[in-house]
Design a protein around this ligand. Structure first.
Ligand SMILES: Cc1cc2nc3c(=O)[nH]c(=O)nc-3n(C[C@H](O)[C@H](O)[C@H](O)COP(=O)(O)OP(=O)(O)OC[C@H]3O[C@@H](n4cnc5c(N)ncnc54)[C@H](O)[C@@H]3O)c2cc1C
Length: 381
Protein backbone atom coordinates (compact mmCIF):
# COMPACT_ATOMS: atom_id res chain seq x y z
CA UNK A 1 0.00 0.00 0.00
CA UNK A 2 1.15 3.54 -0.77
CA UNK A 3 2.55 5.57 2.11
CA UNK A 4 0.26 8.44 3.03
CA UNK A 5 1.64 11.95 3.55
CA UNK A 6 -0.31 14.72 5.26
CA UNK A 7 0.93 18.04 3.88
CA UNK A 8 -0.06 21.13 5.82
CA UNK A 9 -0.25 24.19 3.57
CA UNK A 10 -0.86 24.65 -0.17
CA UNK A 11 1.86 27.25 -0.83
CA UNK A 12 4.90 26.70 -3.04
CA UNK A 13 6.45 24.14 -0.70
CA UNK A 14 3.24 22.18 -0.07
CA UNK A 15 2.28 21.95 -3.75
CA UNK A 16 5.82 21.19 -4.95
CA UNK A 17 6.37 18.51 -2.34
CA UNK A 18 3.01 16.87 -3.15
CA UNK A 19 4.04 16.73 -6.78
CA UNK A 20 7.42 15.17 -6.02
CA UNK A 21 5.99 12.73 -3.48
CA UNK A 22 3.41 11.52 -6.00
CA UNK A 23 6.28 10.86 -8.39
CA UNK A 24 7.97 8.50 -5.92
CA UNK A 25 4.74 6.59 -5.24
CA UNK A 26 3.53 8.24 -2.04
CA UNK A 27 -0.11 9.28 -1.55
CA UNK A 28 -0.20 12.94 -0.44
CA UNK A 29 -3.19 14.89 0.83
CA UNK A 30 -2.92 18.65 1.37
CA UNK A 31 -4.74 20.61 4.10
CA UNK A 32 -5.01 24.34 3.43
CA UNK A 33 -6.53 26.71 5.96
CA UNK A 34 -7.55 29.42 3.46
CA UNK A 35 -10.58 29.21 1.23
CA UNK A 36 -8.51 28.74 -1.93
CA UNK A 37 -5.01 28.65 -3.35
CA UNK A 38 -3.04 31.75 -2.46
CA UNK A 39 -3.04 34.33 -5.25
CA UNK A 40 -1.76 37.35 -3.35
CA UNK A 41 1.89 38.22 -2.89
CA UNK A 42 2.52 39.62 -6.35
CA UNK A 43 5.39 38.06 -8.19
CA UNK A 44 8.53 36.11 -7.52
CA UNK A 45 12.02 36.03 -8.90
CA UNK A 46 12.97 32.42 -9.43
CA UNK A 47 16.72 32.30 -9.78
CA UNK A 48 18.64 29.61 -11.69
CA UNK A 49 18.76 27.36 -8.62
CA UNK A 50 14.93 27.34 -8.53
CA UNK A 51 14.51 26.77 -12.26
CA UNK A 52 17.00 23.90 -11.90
CA UNK A 53 14.63 22.39 -9.29
CA UNK A 54 11.66 23.03 -11.59
CA UNK A 55 13.60 21.26 -14.34
CA UNK A 56 13.87 18.21 -12.06
CA UNK A 57 10.09 18.38 -11.64
CA UNK A 58 9.61 18.37 -15.42
CA UNK A 59 8.09 21.87 -15.41
CA UNK A 60 10.80 24.06 -16.90
CA UNK A 61 9.26 24.71 -20.33
CA UNK A 62 5.85 25.53 -18.85
CA UNK A 63 7.47 27.92 -16.38
CA UNK A 64 9.41 29.64 -19.17
CA UNK A 65 6.19 30.02 -21.17
CA UNK A 66 4.41 31.65 -18.23
CA UNK A 67 7.11 33.98 -16.99
CA UNK A 68 9.69 36.47 -18.22
CA UNK A 69 13.24 35.28 -18.71
CA UNK A 70 15.67 37.79 -17.17
CA UNK A 71 18.55 39.11 -19.24
CA UNK A 72 20.33 41.20 -16.60
CA UNK A 73 19.86 42.54 -13.10
CA UNK A 74 21.33 45.76 -11.73
CA UNK A 75 21.79 47.36 -8.36
CA UNK A 76 21.48 51.12 -8.72
CA UNK A 77 21.29 54.25 -6.59
CA UNK A 78 17.90 55.94 -6.24
CA UNK A 79 18.97 58.36 -8.96
CA UNK A 80 19.58 55.45 -11.32
CA UNK A 81 23.41 55.22 -11.25
CA UNK A 82 24.56 51.62 -11.68
CA UNK A 83 26.47 50.13 -8.74
CA UNK A 84 26.66 46.52 -9.89
CA UNK A 85 25.20 44.27 -12.55
CA UNK A 86 24.73 40.54 -12.90
CA UNK A 87 24.60 39.22 -16.48
CA UNK A 88 21.82 36.70 -15.95
CA UNK A 89 21.64 35.54 -19.55
CA UNK A 90 25.35 34.73 -19.51
CA UNK A 91 25.01 32.95 -16.16
CA UNK A 92 22.11 30.89 -17.51
CA UNK A 93 24.52 29.43 -20.07
CA UNK A 94 26.87 28.52 -17.22
CA UNK A 95 24.19 27.21 -14.82
CA UNK A 96 21.95 25.54 -17.41
CA UNK A 97 18.67 27.30 -16.56
CA UNK A 98 17.39 30.88 -16.65
CA UNK A 99 16.31 33.26 -13.90
CA UNK A 100 12.67 34.30 -14.39
CA UNK A 101 10.07 36.71 -13.02
CA UNK A 102 6.70 35.02 -12.50
CA UNK A 103 3.32 35.81 -11.02
CA UNK A 104 3.03 33.81 -7.79
CA UNK A 105 -0.46 32.69 -8.80
CA UNK A 106 0.95 31.28 -12.07
CA UNK A 107 3.53 29.21 -10.20
CA UNK A 108 0.87 27.88 -7.80
CA UNK A 109 -1.44 27.08 -10.70
CA UNK A 110 1.25 25.21 -12.66
CA UNK A 111 2.22 23.13 -9.61
CA UNK A 112 -1.40 22.36 -8.63
CA UNK A 113 -2.41 21.45 -12.19
CA UNK A 114 0.20 18.68 -12.27
CA UNK A 115 -1.15 16.87 -9.21
CA UNK A 116 -2.76 13.61 -10.32
CA UNK A 117 -4.12 12.05 -7.14
CA UNK A 118 -3.51 14.57 -4.39
CA UNK A 119 -6.65 16.00 -2.86
CA UNK A 120 -6.32 19.61 -1.68
CA UNK A 121 -8.67 20.01 1.28
CA UNK A 122 -9.54 23.69 1.36
CA UNK A 123 -10.64 25.37 4.61
CA UNK A 124 -8.81 22.81 6.77
CA UNK A 125 -6.68 24.47 9.43
CA UNK A 126 -4.28 22.29 11.39
CA UNK A 127 -4.59 22.88 15.11
CA UNK A 128 -2.84 19.87 16.60
CA UNK A 129 -0.87 16.76 15.79
CA UNK A 130 -0.03 13.54 17.58
CA UNK A 131 2.45 10.80 16.83
CA UNK A 132 2.06 7.13 17.70
CA UNK A 133 4.48 4.26 16.99
CA UNK A 134 3.34 3.74 13.43
CA UNK A 135 1.48 6.87 12.35
CA UNK A 136 1.03 10.59 12.77
CA UNK A 137 -2.40 12.15 13.22
CA UNK A 138 -3.39 15.67 12.18
CA UNK A 139 -6.26 17.41 13.97
CA UNK A 140 -8.02 20.14 12.05
CA UNK A 141 -10.00 23.05 13.43
CA UNK A 142 -13.25 21.71 11.92
CA UNK A 143 -12.93 18.54 14.02
CA UNK A 144 -11.62 16.37 11.17
CA UNK A 145 -8.77 13.97 12.05
CA UNK A 146 -6.53 12.20 9.58
CA UNK A 147 -3.71 9.70 10.04
CA UNK A 148 -0.68 9.29 7.79
CA UNK A 149 2.81 7.81 7.64
CA UNK A 150 4.44 11.27 7.42
CA UNK A 151 3.35 14.83 8.12
CA UNK A 152 5.01 17.67 6.19
CA UNK A 153 4.73 21.12 7.76
CA UNK A 154 4.63 23.41 4.70
CA UNK A 155 2.60 26.04 6.51
CA UNK A 156 4.82 29.07 6.15
CA UNK A 157 6.57 31.48 8.47
CA UNK A 158 3.85 31.35 11.16
CA UNK A 159 3.83 27.54 11.03
CA UNK A 160 1.48 25.78 13.44
CA UNK A 161 3.42 22.55 12.88
CA UNK A 162 6.65 24.27 13.98
CA UNK A 163 4.89 25.65 17.05
CA UNK A 164 3.99 22.08 18.04
CA UNK A 165 7.44 20.66 17.30
CA UNK A 166 9.74 23.43 18.51
CA UNK A 167 7.74 25.91 20.61
CA UNK A 168 10.84 27.90 21.60
CA UNK A 169 11.83 29.18 18.17
CA UNK A 170 12.20 32.93 17.54
CA UNK A 171 10.96 35.10 14.70
CA UNK A 172 13.22 38.12 14.14
CA UNK A 173 11.81 41.53 13.29
CA UNK A 174 13.86 43.00 10.43
CA UNK A 175 13.12 46.69 11.10
CA UNK A 176 11.53 47.26 7.68
CA UNK A 177 8.34 46.61 5.76
CA UNK A 178 7.76 45.72 2.12
CA UNK A 179 5.06 46.91 -0.24
CA UNK A 180 4.37 44.76 -3.23
CA UNK A 181 2.48 45.65 -6.37
CA UNK A 182 1.62 44.39 -9.82
CA UNK A 183 1.26 46.84 -12.69
CA UNK A 184 0.41 46.59 -16.34
CA UNK A 185 3.35 48.47 -17.75
CA UNK A 186 5.60 48.27 -20.80
CA UNK A 187 9.01 49.80 -21.41
CA UNK A 188 12.38 48.66 -22.75
CA UNK A 189 13.09 46.85 -19.45
CA UNK A 190 9.97 44.70 -19.56
CA UNK A 191 10.67 43.85 -23.19
CA UNK A 192 14.30 42.85 -22.59
CA UNK A 193 13.84 41.22 -19.18
CA UNK A 194 15.93 43.78 -17.31
CA UNK A 195 15.39 43.85 -13.56
CA UNK A 196 16.81 46.25 -10.99
CA UNK A 197 16.84 47.18 -7.33
CA UNK A 198 17.38 50.87 -6.54
CA UNK A 199 18.84 51.90 -3.17
CA UNK A 200 17.95 55.18 -1.51
CA UNK A 201 18.50 56.20 2.12
CA UNK A 202 16.63 53.57 4.13
CA UNK A 203 14.40 52.79 1.14
CA UNK A 204 14.59 50.41 -1.77
CA UNK A 205 12.59 49.75 -4.89
CA UNK A 206 12.73 46.55 -6.95
CA UNK A 207 11.41 46.14 -10.50
CA UNK A 208 10.78 42.63 -11.89
CA UNK A 209 9.19 42.07 -15.33
CA UNK A 210 6.86 39.04 -15.45
CA UNK A 211 5.97 39.43 -19.15
CA UNK A 212 6.46 42.12 -21.82
CA UNK A 213 3.67 44.13 -20.20
CA UNK A 214 3.40 43.04 -16.57
CA UNK A 215 5.65 44.17 -13.74
CA UNK A 216 6.01 43.02 -10.18
CA UNK A 217 7.57 45.62 -7.89
CA UNK A 218 8.47 45.90 -4.23
CA UNK A 219 9.34 48.87 -2.10
CA UNK A 220 10.85 48.77 1.37
CA UNK A 221 11.17 51.31 4.13
CA UNK A 222 11.96 51.36 7.81
CA UNK A 223 9.20 50.63 10.32
CA UNK A 224 8.95 49.76 13.98
CA UNK A 225 7.00 46.85 15.37
CA UNK A 226 4.44 49.06 17.10
CA UNK A 227 3.85 50.96 13.82
CA UNK A 228 3.45 47.76 11.93
CA UNK A 229 -0.35 47.97 11.73
CA UNK A 230 -0.32 51.46 10.20
CA UNK A 231 -1.28 51.48 6.54
CA UNK A 232 -0.11 54.06 4.04
CA UNK A 233 -1.98 54.95 0.88
CA UNK A 234 -0.75 54.70 -2.68
CA UNK A 235 -0.47 58.50 -2.76
CA UNK A 236 1.83 58.44 0.28
CA UNK A 237 3.90 55.71 -1.34
CA UNK A 238 4.25 57.79 -4.52
CA UNK A 239 5.28 60.73 -2.37
CA UNK A 240 7.88 58.66 -0.47
CA UNK A 241 9.50 57.43 -3.70
CA UNK A 242 9.15 60.65 -5.70
CA UNK A 243 12.91 61.23 -5.83
CA UNK A 244 13.67 57.82 -7.28
CA UNK A 245 14.57 57.84 -10.98
CA UNK A 246 12.06 56.71 -13.56
CA UNK A 247 10.43 54.29 -14.06
CA UNK A 248 9.85 54.05 -10.27
CA UNK A 249 7.27 56.85 -9.77
CA UNK A 250 5.41 55.94 -12.96
CA UNK A 251 5.22 52.25 -12.11
CA UNK A 252 3.70 52.98 -8.69
CA UNK A 253 1.34 55.45 -10.33
CA UNK A 254 0.26 52.79 -12.86
CA UNK A 255 -0.58 50.27 -10.12
CA UNK A 256 -4.17 49.95 -8.93
CA UNK A 257 -4.48 50.44 -5.17
CA UNK A 258 -6.10 46.99 -4.82
CA UNK A 259 -2.96 45.43 -6.32
CA UNK A 260 -0.69 46.83 -3.62
CA UNK A 261 -0.09 44.79 -0.47
CA UNK A 262 2.06 45.41 2.55
CA UNK A 263 4.00 43.08 4.80
CA UNK A 264 6.22 43.71 7.81
CA UNK A 265 9.34 41.61 7.34
CA UNK A 266 10.41 38.91 9.78
CA UNK A 267 12.60 35.89 9.41
CA UNK A 268 13.15 32.77 11.48
CA UNK A 269 16.33 32.52 13.52
CA UNK A 270 17.94 29.33 12.11
CA UNK A 271 16.65 26.23 13.91
CA UNK A 272 18.82 23.31 15.06
CA UNK A 273 16.31 20.75 13.76
CA UNK A 274 13.48 20.61 11.29
CA UNK A 275 12.11 17.17 12.08
CA UNK A 276 10.93 14.92 14.88
CA UNK A 277 9.93 11.35 14.20
CA UNK A 278 7.38 11.34 11.38
CA UNK A 279 7.05 15.11 11.12
CA UNK A 280 9.24 17.39 9.01
CA UNK A 281 9.22 21.11 8.23
CA UNK A 282 9.98 22.50 4.77
CA UNK A 283 9.95 25.90 3.06
CA UNK A 284 9.29 28.95 5.21
CA UNK A 285 8.12 26.75 8.09
CA UNK A 286 11.70 25.44 8.34
CA UNK A 287 13.79 28.42 7.25
CA UNK A 288 11.81 31.61 6.61
CA UNK A 289 14.20 34.22 5.28
CA UNK A 290 13.99 37.95 4.63
CA UNK A 291 13.22 38.54 0.94
CA UNK A 292 16.47 40.42 0.19
CA UNK A 293 18.01 37.66 -1.92
CA UNK A 294 14.66 36.52 -3.37
CA UNK A 295 15.39 32.95 -2.26
CA UNK A 296 12.48 31.84 -0.02
CA UNK A 297 10.36 30.20 -2.70
CA UNK A 298 13.51 29.07 -4.53
CA UNK A 299 14.61 27.13 -1.44
CA UNK A 300 11.09 25.72 -1.03
CA UNK A 301 11.34 24.24 -4.54
CA UNK A 302 14.77 22.77 -3.80
CA UNK A 303 13.41 21.31 -0.53
CA UNK A 304 10.60 19.53 -2.36
CA UNK A 305 12.99 17.79 -4.73
CA UNK A 306 15.48 16.78 -2.02
CA UNK A 307 12.78 15.57 0.40
CA UNK A 308 11.43 13.20 -2.26
CA UNK A 309 14.94 12.00 -3.12
CA UNK A 310 15.76 11.17 0.49
CA UNK A 311 12.42 9.41 1.07
CA UNK A 312 12.92 7.38 -2.09
CA UNK A 313 16.36 6.25 -0.97
CA UNK A 314 15.54 5.32 2.63
CA UNK A 315 12.91 2.89 3.91
CA UNK A 316 12.71 4.51 7.32
CA UNK A 317 10.74 7.76 7.22
CA UNK A 318 12.26 9.18 10.38
CA UNK A 319 15.78 8.45 9.06
CA UNK A 320 14.98 9.92 5.64
CA UNK A 321 13.74 13.20 7.11
CA UNK A 322 16.91 13.45 9.21
CA UNK A 323 18.98 12.97 6.06
CA UNK A 324 16.91 15.68 4.37
CA UNK A 325 17.63 17.99 7.27
CA UNK A 326 21.37 17.23 7.11
CA UNK A 327 21.47 17.87 3.38
CA UNK A 328 19.61 21.19 3.54
CA UNK A 329 20.47 22.90 6.79
CA UNK A 330 23.84 24.51 5.97
CA UNK A 331 22.55 25.92 2.72
CA UNK A 332 19.42 27.36 4.35
CA UNK A 333 21.52 28.89 7.12
CA UNK A 334 23.87 30.48 4.58
CA UNK A 335 20.96 32.04 2.71
CA UNK A 336 18.99 33.18 5.79
CA UNK A 337 22.04 34.82 7.36
CA UNK A 338 23.35 36.37 4.11
CA UNK A 339 19.90 37.76 3.38
CA UNK A 340 19.61 39.18 6.90
CA UNK A 341 22.99 40.96 6.54
CA UNK A 342 22.17 42.16 3.04
CA UNK A 343 18.97 43.72 4.41
CA UNK A 344 20.87 45.54 7.15
CA UNK A 345 23.27 47.03 4.61
CA UNK A 346 20.63 47.83 2.02
CA UNK A 347 18.40 49.60 4.54
CA UNK A 348 21.10 51.98 5.83
CA UNK A 349 19.61 55.47 6.25
CA UNK A 350 22.52 57.77 7.06
CA UNK A 351 23.60 59.64 3.90
CA UNK A 352 27.34 59.38 4.55
CA UNK A 353 27.11 55.65 5.30
CA UNK A 354 24.96 55.17 2.20
CA UNK A 355 27.70 56.79 0.08
CA UNK A 356 30.38 54.57 1.63
CA UNK A 357 28.19 51.52 1.16
CA UNK A 358 27.50 52.34 -2.47
CA UNK A 359 31.19 52.84 -3.17
CA UNK A 360 32.06 49.51 -1.54
CA UNK A 361 29.34 47.72 -3.48
CA UNK A 362 30.74 49.15 -6.69
CA UNK A 363 34.27 47.99 -5.88
CA UNK A 364 33.24 44.62 -4.47
CA UNK A 365 30.68 43.55 -7.04
CA UNK A 366 33.01 41.50 -9.22
CA UNK A 367 34.44 39.63 -6.21
CA UNK A 368 30.95 38.79 -4.93
CA UNK A 369 29.89 37.57 -8.32
CA UNK A 370 32.40 34.76 -8.17
CA UNK A 371 31.80 33.52 -4.64
CA UNK A 372 28.44 33.86 -2.86
CA UNK A 373 26.48 34.32 -6.05
CA UNK A 374 27.74 31.03 -7.44
CA UNK A 375 26.97 29.23 -4.20
CA UNK A 376 23.45 30.60 -4.03
CA UNK A 377 22.07 30.84 -7.54
CA UNK A 378 24.47 28.42 -9.22
CA UNK A 379 23.45 25.62 -6.84
CA UNK A 380 22.45 22.35 -8.47
CA UNK A 381 20.17 19.75 -6.95
C1 LIG B 1 8.09 40.86 0.14
C2 LIG B 1 8.47 39.46 -0.22
C3 LIG B 1 9.05 39.18 -1.44
C4 LIG B 1 9.47 37.90 -1.76
N1 LIG B 1 10.07 37.67 -2.96
C5 LIG B 1 10.54 36.44 -3.25
C6 LIG B 1 11.19 36.19 -4.49
O1 LIG B 1 11.32 37.07 -5.35
N2 LIG B 1 11.67 34.94 -4.73
C7 LIG B 1 11.54 33.93 -3.82
O2 LIG B 1 12.01 32.81 -4.08
N3 LIG B 1 10.90 34.13 -2.64
C8 LIG B 1 10.41 35.36 -2.33
N4 LIG B 1 9.74 35.57 -1.16
C9 LIG B 1 9.60 34.44 -0.21
C10 LIG B 1 8.44 33.54 -0.58
O3 LIG B 1 7.25 34.30 -0.64
C11 LIG B 1 8.29 32.45 0.48
O4 LIG B 1 9.54 31.91 0.80
C12 LIG B 1 7.38 31.33 -0.03
O5 LIG B 1 6.08 31.81 -0.23
C13 LIG B 1 7.37 30.19 0.98
O6 LIG B 1 6.48 29.21 0.56
P1 LIG B 1 5.83 28.22 1.61
O7 LIG B 1 4.97 27.33 0.80
O8 LIG B 1 6.88 27.62 2.45
O9 LIG B 1 4.95 29.15 2.56
P2 LIG B 1 3.66 30.01 2.20
O10 LIG B 1 3.75 30.55 0.82
O11 LIG B 1 3.51 30.99 3.32
O12 LIG B 1 2.47 28.97 2.25
C14 LIG B 1 2.03 28.41 3.46
C15 LIG B 1 0.61 27.93 3.27
O13 LIG B 1 0.20 27.27 4.45
C16 LIG B 1 -1.11 27.67 4.80
N5 LIG B 1 -1.26 27.49 6.25
C17 LIG B 1 -0.69 28.22 7.25
N6 LIG B 1 -1.04 27.74 8.44
C18 LIG B 1 -1.84 26.67 8.22
C19 LIG B 1 -2.52 25.75 9.09
N7 LIG B 1 -2.43 25.84 10.42
N8 LIG B 1 -3.26 24.77 8.53
C20 LIG B 1 -3.36 24.66 7.16
N9 LIG B 1 -2.76 25.52 6.31
C21 LIG B 1 -1.99 26.50 6.83
C22 LIG B 1 -1.17 29.13 4.35
O14 LIG B 1 -2.50 29.57 4.19
C23 LIG B 1 -0.39 29.07 3.04
O15 LIG B 1 -1.21 28.75 1.96
C24 LIG B 1 9.28 36.85 -0.82
C25 LIG B 1 8.67 37.11 0.39
C26 LIG B 1 8.27 38.39 0.70
C27 LIG B 1 7.62 38.65 2.03
Amino acid sequence: MKKKVLIIGAGVSGLASALMLEKIGYAPVIFEKSDGLRNDGGGLTLWSNATDALHSMGLLEEIYQNSKIMSETALTTSSGKTLATIPLEELATKYGTHTVGILRANLHHILASKLKQTEIKIGYKLVNLKETNDEVIARLENGHEEAGDLLVGADGIYSAVRNKLFPNHALRFSGYEAWRGIATYTNQYTKSGFTFEAWGNGMRFGFVPMSNSLVYWYATRKTSENLSKNQISKEQLIHSFREFAEPVPTVIEETKEKDITRKVIYDLKPLQNWSKGRVVLIGDAAHATTPNLGQGACMALEDAVILAQTLEQDNSISQAVKTFEDMRMDRAKLIVNSSWMFGKIAQIENTFLCDVRNMLVKIGSSIKRNSNLNRIIGHKI
